[in-house]
Design a binder for this molecule. Structure first.
Ligand code: SF4
Ligand code: SF4
Length: 466
């Protein structure tokens, strides 16, 4: 097996990085800056310090990683990925590394190492599966985020991620939609739902005083109807008689700053949502189906501090409304479907849901079971906190990363095949806009129809008795 360092996302343009406060190009003193940034990050983050020092090289994490399993590239072994940062840390921040670098595996951050950082830290989807297999809980995602943040600090940001963050700061969403375009899209959805149901179901925007501010991934505005959750959210809230609104100031749940490892930008995007809620006089925040957005939202109290409440997930709310009889679902409206659930890694491993431990696993299953005639589980070892990443998370969802995305989806596709052949699954549901988009594109490369992927809230919308 040899390393394939060719998989790397496009670099951000200088103006995109400068808009985020990073240098546009690699400065002359990039090595010193990178080492200083590493030192700062390790001082600030005790868990990172532990992760860099605790590994015993047992290798238990290696076969956990979809990127390694799918590509066979040894550079994608989690421990190899970690070692890229570990070796540089050891070189500069340990006595043995300074005095006897070769003896202790300490390495300089030279141009070749920088290239490996850029390539391999952008092939990690920050999914954390490896951490669940490590006896010490070493979390490669944290190491990846630290490395990416250092890369951005020396002018080596990823194009799609940096540009999307800049767009959210400017317009409030990843797509750069202005309020008129948003309203136009919502009008079209109202029209579609009127045609389907004969009812006037509203998609409100910027309505002050609503009970709920709904924040959803902007992908929901334009996704194909079989995966977008927006119609499902609107129908459920309408049926429950809950007043709600979207916001043009914060029309994005996704928070790509997580992929850049930038706490500052993550906080800025999160604050924008808080500002929108305050401006609209809305105290309850509900998030739509987006895995990493929910991971950030679940951590709002820690991220934003003060007495910021934790937002609620749309599935948690829907689950409650079903449970107390306020809404009713008729699974026969999804006749013929046997649906298996792809646990999205950022939800399954990066957050909770509802008030009970494990709610992030139980609640999606309970809502799915209420919406379709039959559910089936994926094979053991590929569900819950052992779920495989879709292969497109962590900022990998770009065209230039397609080859690694297809290979990285192989473990999930193999599990899906077992669910289809062994249990008769006809569809796979996901609760993440990135998972849904990734699967729609890559599953055909593994012999499945792209229409096999569905969103839970879309199924709920179809099953809802109005
Ligand atoms: S976080 Fe996920 S993608 Fe990254 S090394 Fe671990 S298992 Fe692989
Ligand atoms: S499982 Fe943990 S200790 Fe073992 S090699 Fe992987 S990161 Fe190191």
């Amino acid at each position: 097996m040899t390393e394939e360092k060719t998989a790397r996302p496009h670099r951000a343009r200088p103006e995109s990085l400068e808009a985020l406060g990073f240098p546009g190009e690699l400065p002359e003193d990039w090595q010193q800056r990178a080492v200083a940034a590493l030192g700062r990050r390790v001082r600030k983050q005790p868990d990172l310090r532990f992760f860099l020092n605790a590994c015993v090289k047992c290798g238990a994490c290696n076969d956990a990683c979809h990127a390694f399993l799918g590509t066979g590239d040894p550079g994608n072994r989690p421990v190899a990925r970690q070692d890229l940062l570990r070796a540089v840390h050891r070189r500069h921040f340990t006595l043995a590394g300074r005095l006897f670098p070769k003896l202790v595996g300490a390495l300089d951050l030279d141009e070749a190492m920088l290239e490996r950082w850029y390539s391999y830290f952008h092939q990690c989807s920050e999914c954390r599966r490896c951490a669940t297999f490590c006896p010490f809980g070493i979390d490669t995602a944290e190491i990846t985020m630290a490395a990416r943040s250092i890369l951005a600090e020396i002018g080596l940001g990823q194009k799609s991620v940096a540009e999307v963050i800049a767009k959210v700061h400017r317009t409030g969403n990843n797509l750069g939609l202005n309020p008129r375009a948003l309203r136009h899209t919502l009008d079209s959805l109202e029209e579609d739902v009127r045609e389907e149901t004969g009812m006037d179901i509203r998609f409100p925007l910027d309505e002050a005083g609503a009970d709920i501010l709904l924040v959803t991934p902007s992908a929901d505005f334009y996704s194909e109807p079989h995966v977008s959750g927006l119609i499902g959210y609107a129908k459920v809230l309408h049926a429950a008689g809950i007043s709600w609104t979207l916001s043009s100031h914060a029309s994005e749940a996704a928070n790509f700053a997580l992929f850049l490892g930038s706490d500052e930008h993550m906080r800025r995007i999160a604050r924008r949502i808080q500002e929108a809620a305050e401006e609209l006089g809305t105290s309850r925040l509900v998030f739509g189906e987006c895995g990493h957005a929910w991971r950030v939202a679940y951590n709002f109290p820690a991220l934003l501090g003060g007495d910021v409440p934790r937002p609620r997930h749309i599935l948690d709310l829907t689950h409650e409304l079903i449970g107390n009889g306020i809404i009713r679902l008729d699974p026969s409206r999804n006749a013929g479907m046997a649906v298996t659930l792809h646990d999205s890694c950022n939800v399954a491993r990066g957050s909770g849901m509802g008030v009970h431990p494990g709610g992030q696993l139980d609640i999606p299953r309970a809502v799915l079971a209420a919406a379709v005639p039959r559910t089936v589980e994926m094979p053991a070892g590929t569900t819950g906190d052992r779920t495989f990443c879709c292969g497109g998370g962590g900022g990998l969802l770009t065209d230039e990363m397609m080859e690694i995305r297809i290979k990285g989806a192989a473990p999930r596709a193999a599990a899906l095949r077992q669910a289809v052949e062994g249990s008769g699954a006809t569809h796979m549901a996901a609760i993440c806009a990135i998972c849904k988009s990734q699967f729609s594109e890559v599953l055909p490369h593994h012999g499945f129809d792209r229409g096999m992927v569905v969103g839970i809230m879309q199924l709920v919308g179809r099953a809802l008795v109005l």
